[in-house]
Design a protein around this ligand. Structure first.
Ligand code: LLP
Length: 437
């Protein structure tokens, strides 16, 4: 009945996640509270890993895209489940280092990595840097030469497929800040330049075609386009591409209307295309990488809020105000994202009214969900919002100097804090009043 299999109704008729009663969690840890179901997180990692083993003979690696939710404990879980890690900043890389994540399984993305970030990556023998642009290529070569290293590198390629919408298109993607395009010769040119540098070796290609995608076809097409480009590199530059990274972006169920594809189908379909294009073109089967983020973390997470006021503006709208908002989940404010929610002590009560969930920020656009159906709601109720495990905490802020919530990891009836709740001291931690002020 719920969109996530992490959720149940317990014998007290309350919402339960990971064997923990959501009302009790809210009372014990306070609200707002992010709650992550450990078993479901691990199961989601395993679906991808098993699919890679089953459909591609294990000749690949699944990276957890840590931008979805990056904390030391989450990195540790990804590591224990045999995944690699996609990081996109020095901060995510540092988190992985602190978590003791094996650096050879860490891949570094990003369209404007700084010198210090690249140095941190190279000093720590990161698995792969995915080069975005010419300046970065030259900086990497320079850092590697100082260290007498020859680095295997990958390139971020725009394959000319835009899958951000339900209908994917094959044009327009050239206008993206990420990577280099195939269609205007940019990609061939930069890889040719890289092949003349002494301290880097091009061994891999990467693309990422969008996020929250519900269709297999754009992934299949991306695999084909990328392999054709790999064949062109072999023919024109005698460069052997050994590794193909097809990114992440697999859609999840935020509401009952969403109809995602089983996650392992992505790996199955892509594997088939890769095998057939390689045999057709007579090229070596590459090591394959996929980078799911949202589909691993989002379904495993919920957020618990306390209702602080109910404002019924007759014939206009009914606002339910909660003690969080765009500071812990900016996704409605940014993308008008849709969510489902229930009241934690009556999760199966008939949803009889249309309400809008408002946050507590000084901002009219600070909503968490607009016009969603809920049962009657009273001040003090605990509202549980579903599928908030990805791109919530990782995109949170301290706007209005609101401290960030804690994250608890739940499993078999036990809850453990993996990120502490911020307090007001954290809020002013970096403030300085200069002595002469
Ligand atoms: N790999 C690369 C290179 C990416 O850029 C991304 C996401 C992923 C993998 C993981 O994609 P996923 O499987 O999580 O869809 N803040 C937005 C999402 C931005 C995604 C950016 N890149 C949101 O809240 O929807």
């Amino acid at each position: 009945m719920f969109i996530s299999k992490a959720l149940k109704i317990n014998q007290n008729n309350n919402l339960e996640i990971g064997g923990c009663d959501c009302v009790e969690l809210a009372n014990t840890y306070g609200t707002p509270l992010y709650v992550m179901d450990e078993n479901l997180l691990r199961e989601n990692c395993r679906i991808y890993k098993n699919a890679m083993d089953k459909y591609y003979d294990g000749n690949g690696l699944v990276l957890y895209a840590s931008k979805a939710l990056c904390t030391k404990a989450i990195c540790k879980i990804a590591q224990q489940e045999g995944l690699g890690l996609d990081v996109v900043s020095g901060g995510e890389l540092y988190t992985a280092l602190e978590a003791g994540f094996p650096m050879d399984r860490v891949y570094f993305h990003g369209n404007n990595k700084t010198y210090d970030e690249l140095k941190l990556a190279i000093d720590n023998d990161i698995g792969r840097i995915v080069v975005d642009n010419r300046e970065e290529l030259l900086t990497i070569n320079q850092i590697a030469s100082k260290k007498n290293k020859k680095l295997n590198i990958s390139f971020r390629i725009k394959p000319g497929i835009d899958a951000h919408t339900h209908d994917f298109i094959r044009t327009g993607q050239i206008d993206s800040k990420f990577g280099v395009a195939i269609e205007n010769g940019e990609a061939l040119e930069i890889i040719s330049e890289a092949s003349k540098l002494s301290n880097v070796k091009v061994v891999a290609l990467h693309c990422h075609i969008g996020s929250q995608i519900f269709d297999l076809d754009p992934f299949k097409l991306a695999a084909k386009v990328m392999l054709e480009f790999a064949a062109e590199l072999k023919e024109k530059l005698d460069i052997q591409i050994e590794e193909l990274n097809l990114g992440g972006g697999f859609g999840i169920k935020y509401t009952q209307e969403d109809d995602p594809i089983e996650y392992d189908n992505f790996i199955e379909s892509v594997s088939k295309v890769v095998k057939s294009v390689c045999s057709e073109k007579g090229i070596k089967l590459p090591f394959i990488i996929m980078e799911p983020g949202r589909s691993i973390a989002a379904p495993a997470g919920i957020t618990l809020y306390k209702v602080g006021s109910v404002k019924d503006i007759k014939n206009v709208r009914k606002y339910i105000a909660v003690d969080g908002g765009m500071t812990d989940n900016p996704r409605y404010a940014m993308y008008q994202s849709k969510y489902e929610a229930v009241i934690a002590d009556k999760p199966d009560a008939p949803k009889t009214q249309k309400v809008t969930i408002a946050g507590k920020c000084c901002e009219s656009g600070d909503l968490l969900a607009k016009d969603i159906m809920l049962p009657s709601v009273e001040v003090g109720d605990i509202l549980a919002m579903f599928a908030t495990g990805a791109y919530n905490y990782s995109m949170s802020s301290n706007y209005n100097r609101i401290p960030r919530p804690a994250i608890v990891l739940v499993k078999d009836g036990q809850a453990r804090t993996i990120v502490k709740r911020e307090d007001y001291k954290d809020i002013v931690r970096n403030d300085i009043i200069p002595e002469d002020l």
